[in-house]
Design a protein around this ligand. Structure first.
Ligand code: GLP
Length: 241
């Protein structure tokens, strides 16, 4: 694992954006894996600045990591809506090439299988952007997720529901309890991975992901087995390394 440090979150976003621009900026039609949550926001802001300055991502495809099950796509906190607002628009992506798991499908398990097939049909993800949950989850692969898991329906951990309640008026009762997520195996198939983490609340998960054993109890620890992973951290997230 390569680890790059910045004093603050904005700087971490700049570093991560520079990696992405140099890795995929010259490809005619790169395939990005995109994450939601607060972690990648500084990265998307820095990447949007590069798009303003001439980086062209209009032919890139993008696959989101995950989506809540049972939330209408037009709900402002559905990842369909978040990706459109924070990623597709600011990065100048073509909405027709942006994919998000169909969490509102009548048959979410079938939607999961379709999503895996769509990623395969695109010849896989060139560069996967990741955040990390305070409990070490990646995507919505909660503790207990198998290293070879694929896109599937999962139950959210109580900690994740509580953490994400800030997006639902602070009311954990409004947070969906199930999600569709790319599996750990799906994520590890990406040819390159950039994980961004900032803030003290991520320090423990980051330390265990980097220095602990590879274990399903800390899903991000499985990133150790990928040969092209960069963690971009601010000082607080790196404080327990
Ligand atoms: C969320 C998302 C993840 C994200 C993580 C951290 O629940 N499903 O993809 O990386 O948890 O969230 P945040 O970046 O808001 O702390």
């Amino acid at each position: 694992m390569r680890i790059l440090l910045s004093p603050d979150a904005a700087g971490a976003g700049e570093i991560a954006a520079a990696i992405i621009a140099s890795s995929v900026g010259d490809r005619p039609a790169p395939v990005l894996g995109v994450a939601t949550g607060s972690s990648p926001q500084p990265l998307y802001r820095a990447l949007a600045d590069r798009v303003q300055a001439g980086l062209d991502l209009s032919r890139a495809a993008a696959f989101a990591l995950d989506e809540y099950v049972g939330l209408p796509v037009d709900h402002p906190e559905s990842y369909h809506a978040v990706i459109a607002r924070e990623v597709t628009g600011p990065l100048g992506l073509d909405p027709a090439r942006v994919h998000v798991p169909e969490g509102a499908a009548a048959d979410p398990a079938a939607a999961a299988a379709r999503y895996e097939a769509a990623i395969a049909a695109a010849a896989g993800v060139d560069l996967q952007i990741l955040g990390i949950g305070a409990n070490g989850h990646i995507g919505f692969n909660e503790p207990g997720s198998a290293v070879d898991s694929r896109t599937r329906v999962v139950d959210l951990a109580p900690r994740t529901v509580a953490d994400n309640s800030r997006f639902f008026d602070g009311d954990a009762g409004l947070v969906p309890t199930r999600a569709l997520t790319q599996g750990i195996g799906t994520i590890l198939d990406a040819r390159e991975i950039v994980l961004i983490a900032w803030g003290e609340s991520k320090a423990d998960a980051v330390a265990r992901a980097v220095e602990g054993p590879q274990t399903a109890e800390l899903p991000a620890s499985f990133l150790q087995r990928h040969d092209r992973v960069t963690l971009v951290l601010d000082a607080a997230a790196a404080s327990r390394l």
